[in-house]
Ligand binder design. Sequence first.
Ligand code: AMP
Length: 413
Amino acid sequence: MSQGHSEPIVGFRSLGLSAPSLKALAHVKYEVPSPIQAAFIPQALTGRDCIGQARTGTGKTAAFCLPILELIDDESPEVQALVLTPTRELSAQVAAECEKLSYTRPVRFACCVGGKTIQRQIDDIRRGAQIVIGTPGRVIDLLSRKVLNLDNLKIVVLDEADRMLDIGFRPDIEKILRRCPENRQTLLLSATLPGPVERLAHRYMQDPLRIDMSQDNVAAGSVDQYYITVDHDRKLSTLARLLFEQRPRQAICFCRTKRGADSLHRKLSRKLPQVEAIHGDLAQNVRDRVMKGFRSGSVRLLIATDVVGRGIDVTGVSHIINYDVPEDCDDYVHRIGRTGRLSGEAGFAFTFICPDEGDQLTNIEIRINKLLPQYKFKNFEPCRVKPRSAAPATPPPAPPVVKEEVEEEWAVF
Ligand code: AMP
C-alpha cells in the first residue's frame, strides 16, 4: 500500500471536478473542500483504489459521492456504483448527500436497506438506478433475487468499513465484492484501520493509495473532552447535573446496550421533554421518526447505542455524553465524532467512568494520545471514592444529594 498526502488545495475548482459538480457545490453552498475532500477527490477521480481514513462529519460522503457522479454514465440505465454502509441511517444520509450533489445531473438512485419494503427498492433498480446505496444484508437479498446486477459496476464504496466488519458484515461484504467485476474501482472509508480492515483491503483492492486524514480527525481539536468519575448508582443524578450545568443545544447520550438505552429513555422521558432513544431493535419507521425529530431540532437529547449512533450526522450536536464508557476505544473516537463538526463550532464530550473502569479510560487516552481532564461540578460530587487513586479501605461517607435540588435540575430544556 502506498501512502499519499496532498498539499492543501484551496478551492473545489482545483480538484479536477466538472462544471456540473461545481454548480451543484455552489448550490449546496460548499465553498471550501474539507481536508479529506481535497486529498481524496483528485485521487479517486483517476480511477485508482483509495483508502480514506476519515470519520463522519469531516465531509467524507461528498469525498466519494463527487467522484462517483463524475465517473458514471448517467445515460446508461445500469447499476454503476454501489455504496455499502453499516447502518440504515447512514445509507439514508449518503443517499441524501448524493442526491443534493447530483441536482445538475439526471442520476437515479436506489436506497436499499432492511426494515423498508423491498418492492419499492426493486422498482427503483428496475427503473434504471445507476447508484445503489445500501446495507450489506439487503444488497445480498437483492442480488440473490437477481434484481440487482453488478456486471456493469464501475465503483464500489465501503463506507465505515471498520464498523461494517465490527458488526459481522464480513461474509456479506466478501460475497458482494466477489460479485463485482474485477476491473472496478474500490474506495474504502474508515475512521480507523484495524487489522481486519487492512486484510480486507489487501484481498479486495489493487495497490490502494492510502489517504490518512486521521490526524485531523481523531479526537478533533474542536471537541473539549472530559471524563467524570461517577458511582454506578449516581449516573442518573450526574447526568441531570451535567445537563443543568452545560445546557446543551442538542446532545447524544450513548449507552452500551439496547436495554440500557431503553431504560435510560424511560427514566428521562418522565423528567424531560424532547428526549428520544434510537437503537437497532426499534422498528425502522420509529428510527426514521426519531432521526427526523433530531435533525429538525425537536428532539434535544437522543439516547443511542453505538451501532445506530455512529453514523448520525446532525450539525447542531453540541454535546456527546458517554453515559456508559465505550467498550472499544475506537467507538470513543466515533462517538465524539458526532460533535465539533465541519461548521467549526465547538463541541463537548463527557465520559462517565465508574471507579472500576479506570483501565478503559487509560485505553481511550492511549488511543487518542491525550490525557483527558476530569470535569468538576460546582456543588456536586458524583463519586464517593477519590478518582484515579487507590480506593481507601473504607470509602468516606457520601456527600448528601439534596432531593429537591436534583428535581429542580431537570428543568434544563
Ligand atoms: P459527512 O462527513 O459526509 O457526514 O459530512 C458532514 C456534514 O458536512 C454534512 O452535513 C455535509 O453536508 C457537510 N459538508 C460536507 N462537505 C462540506 C464542505 N466542503 N463545506 C461545507 N459543508 C460540508
